[in-house]
Write a protein that binds this ligand. Sequence first.
Ligand code: BGC
Length: 445
Amino acid sequence: MTAMAASDEAAIARTAALFEAPAPTLEAIARDLTRQMARGLVGEPSSLKMLRTFTRQPSGHERGRVVVVDWGGTKARAGLIELGGAGSVQILAEEALTFSEADKRAAPEPVLDLIAGAVGRVVRAEGVDAAPLGFVYSYPARLERIDRAVALASTKGWRLKGLEGQDVAALFGAALRRAGLERVGLAAVANDTVAALMLQSYRARGRDPGARPADVGLILGTGTNQAADLGPAGIRNLESGNFDGVAAVETRYDAALDRELDEPRPGAQRFEKMISGHYLGEVLRRVLADLGPRTTGFRWSASAALSTPYALDSEDLSRIAADRTAALDEVERLLGALGVASTREERTGVRVLAAAIARRAARLVGAALVGTLRFLDAELAERRTIAVDGSLWGGYPGFEALVRETMGELAGGERASRIETVYVKDSTSAGAAVIAAVAAARGSE
Ligand code: BGC
């Protein structure tokens, strides 16, 4: 095995350095996000939609059986949840569905029929005849009521024909009826960020009525987004994946990725394209493809397997980061599975680059959270709770520590210590049940 040429090492280091996001740059990004929140809220031009959610914080004592649907990424889930009051949640049954690329380009009805079919199997197996349903639709949607959500342009690679402008709750209600589920009534539609926030509040308040509800719900999975409780303006879905104030950290790889994807369209979801699970592996793949012709290593990056968009995903980044072996055995296995034989030096290079991409993502998340929290409380004087869920947060080693470190750099250690991050694993279905239960309680007020 030959050592890597010094010029190659320099090329790797230079490329990794493109992904640096120093504190002053992040501070400007955080301030921009706070400003754009203010603009979005009053309907001025902003990349943040600040969408209404028509829900409010739970008491923690909500009870009952709720049918839930979680549709938001590579998978959908139908389930039956029992809320026991006192913050307790039990999943009684759950079924997951996986979608094909063709599904993502189909008309909405067949996709919703698949989901309604799963709901039918769950409720029949559990002997449930009638129940309220909480529907988590984790794409941009403008709610007009708790049970009416007009679809905006989709994200995460979905583009269902003719969906934009339609009420997804009504479409899904029709699918439930086609599945013979007339007595399963859609009680609430919500975003996954709102589900995370509401679940954390329900648990905390159920255990201790004096507990603070969550202030922010953050998802870091296939996509990314935040919801925040803005007090008098209610709980809002920021759709922060669309935040566009990222020019200062943009690399040529980000620019090309943005330009070359047709869904979401160029210019949309700029923040998400640098941060979330759907894109991080693809950024790394593009970096490796670029280094191939410029170095003596990485020749394999031109191989068919690696020339395919999305050949690498964010789980691969997590595996690379978790590989602590001297020869990077796991990285070798991962590349081997793509038909690539690599040298140890090349694997070290891959690891350095993957870490740089993930680190930038985490630092941008930290900046965005500081931006949101400053909107709630400019001085960050109060304690705040951020409920977080998603595969990247849960799966990438050290992601949370990087986010927290960044919040400390921007807000100062003392203020950052008042910000609590709580990992609410698998929050979507349980959170949907809480939202539906809150809606049902309000309906009977
Ligand atoms: C969607 C959001 C969602 C987020 C996380 C984004 O692509 O636009 O609505 O909350 O992904 O799932």
